[in-house]
Design a protein around this ligand. Structure first.
Ligand code: NAD
Length: 231
């Protein structure tokens, strides 16, 4: 059994993750940290092997550093923060490592969208990204759009495509990558209809974070595909 604690447990994603962990036969939900529940991360860390963080852009880094120092692996879904300090993060006792896996999007369809967009960027002149989210989202552009732009720039060797952000009630999480060339366009679109779409990816990350060969790892694609294979 993997002992899992969830940070942001009272939030939209955190509640869904708690239910998914509760329903997984190989996992035990050992803590729900959230100011709204009156429970801090520090209180749940001692009993956990893995923390899943779906909090806020201004708390995710501090939470992750606290996990690594306590030698607890951490899976981060929170977007909109700079993870650079995690490269230097070490456990407080300096011995065994705690791993960090960051994924801007845990939905398999979104991971495929990013992969296909990177491939298409090699062959078409220009592209723009339109990302659309519910109006409770704190960061813009979305972590998925920023990661897509980064992967496309890496693949095509040019500047990252511009990103347009839409925030409206009624939306969950959606993205269109529109590529243009002479006399034609190609649109690659992904729609998240419900937050359950993220759960298989989150559970996979919980199962695998302890065995990563390096840390931090950014992107669920690193668990799904051979990174040396062509997109
Ligand atoms: N990676 C993905 O696949 C994916 C998918 C959806 C959302 N997200 C990201 O997940 C994050 C959370 O989204 P949401 O819609 O659930 O937000 P939300 O506002 O519904 O939930 C955030 C929760 O975190 C709690 N919180 C704040 N500070 C905390 C702390 N220090 N410790 C513990 N909990 C704390 C809040 O009280 C709140 O309950 C956002 O950054 C969002 O962009 C990522």
């Amino acid at each position: 059994m993997i002992r899992v604690a969830v940070a942001g447990a009272a939030g939209r994603m955190g509640e869904t993750v708690c239910a998914a962990v509760d329903g997984a036969e190989d996992m035990e939900l050992v803590g729900r940290a959230d100011p709204l529940l009156g429970t801090t991360l520090q209180e749940v860390l001692p009993g956990a092997e893995v923390v899943v963080d779906f909090t806020r852009p201004d708390t995710a880094l501090g939470n992750a550093l606290a996990c690594v120092r306590a030698r607890v692996h951490v899976v981060i879904g929170t977007t909109g923060f700079d993870p650079a300090p995690l490269r230097q993060a070490r456990p407080a006792d300096g011995h065994a490592r705690a791993n960090v896996l960051i994924a801007p999007n845990f939905a398999i369809g979104a991971v495929l969208m990013m992969r296909f967009a990177a491939e298409a960027a090699r062959h078409m002149q220009k592209a723009e990204i339109v990302e659309l989210h519910h109006d409770g989202k704190l960061d813009a552009p979305s972590g998925t759009a920023a990661r897509t732009a980064e992967l496309m720039a890496e693949a095509a060797g040019g500047p990252p495509p511009p990103i347009h952000s839409v925030r409206l009630p009624g939306l969950v999480a959606h993205q269109e990558v529109i590529l243009g060339d002479v006399g034609q366009t190609l649109t690659i679109r992904h729609d998240t209809i419900s937050r359950e779409s993220f759960m298989p990816g989150v559970l996979l990350a919980v199962r695998r974070v302890g065995t990563l060969q390096q840390s931090p790892v950014v992107g669920l694609e690193n668990l799904l595909f051979d990174p040396t294979a062509d997109a």
